[in-house]
Ligand binder design. Structure first.
Ligand SMILES: O=C(O)CCC(=O)C(=O)O
Length: 268
């Protein structure tokens, strides 16, 4: 493998682009080489500890995983990967000629073992939801690259997707389902879409899902953290819709402005 490949991801194939368009998600085997996946895992462990709980508790508390923001767009060690992800997002997005892709965020995501006592939130199941409403943007098209940093099996709490659910429109904010999930409000998902099996990933494999695709994952029933790296991309013309997002600070922003280049640089 060349030095360049060791710093970034491979390119998606035409078949993968078609799968994403049809199903709203796609699996990317060998998206990162094993060397890069191992380096990212070492970085995650250095920042979060071997138990995935050594970092500060995130203000954005949710049961899905313990997050550690990585600010990859301004980290020289991560920037080549972020740009590789941007280039792939552009291929998957299939928007108008010349429209770029913006960085939106990236983080390590350690789903903590359900059976052990944890200091952090993040040891629950990821109940089924869409991402779009939480991003406070005026248009969809954005997507999440979810990259396994370790070999992961369904018992680790791996991703599942409702096939084609990206065509069903906006199905509510993930914090509005009380003790339940999206299926309480939208049981028709079960008749209108099939559900993928929980994924198995080798370290470096990824899935990408649209921000309108309903997804979730089970509890981590293993004894160690489930290590993933998540990077999010949006169309370059995305604008703030005026809602208070969890993902970014809106101080100084004006309604319907495009995301700024400083925090959300063009990456593809
Ligand atoms: O890692 C998980 O379990 C959930 C991830 C997720 O919801 C997302 O990447 O949008």
């Amino acid at each position: 493998m060349s030095d360049v490949e060791e710093q970034t991801c491979r390119k998606v194939t035409a078949h993968e682009v078609d799968h994403y368009a049809e199903h709203g998600w796609v699996k990317l085997p060998g998206f990162l080489g094993r060397g890069l996946a191992a380096r990212l895992l070492a970085m995650a462990r250095a920042r979060m500890g071997d138990d995935g709980q050594g970092n500060a508790i995130s203000p954005m508390q949710q049961p899905f995983f313990n997050p550690e923001a990585t600010h990859g767009a301004r980290d020289p060690a991560l920037r080549p990967l972020i740009e590789g992800i941007g280039a792939n997002a552009r291929l998957l997005m299939q928007r108008r000629e010349g429209l770029g892709v913006r960085y939106f965020g990236d983080m390590f995501a350690a789903k903590l073992p359900a059976a052990s006592d944890t200091r952090h939130p993040g040891a629950g199941a990821t109940y089924f939801h869409q991402d779009f409403m939480n991003w406070a943007l005026d248009r969809s098209g954005g997507m999440t690259f979810w990259i396994a940093l370790d070999d992961l099996v369904p018992e680790s709490g791996t991703m599942q997707f409702f096939n084609g659910s990206h065509r069903l429109g906006a199905l509510g904010h993930y914090r509005t389902y009380g003790e339940g999930d999206i299926l309480d409000d939208f049981p028709e998902l079960l008749s209108r879409c099939t559900l993928s099996e929980p994924m198995s990933y080798a370290a470096g494999d990824a899935t990408v899902h649209s921000n309108l695709t309903v997804h979730g994952s089970g509890e981590n029933r293993t004894t160690g953290p489930r290590w993933a790296y998540i990077a999010i991309a949006n169309p370059a013309d995305a604008r703030w819709n005026g809602a208070p997002p969890e993902a970014f600070d809106t101080a100084g922003m004006t309604l319907h402005q495009q995301l700024d280049d400083e925090r959300f640089p063009i990456i593809g």
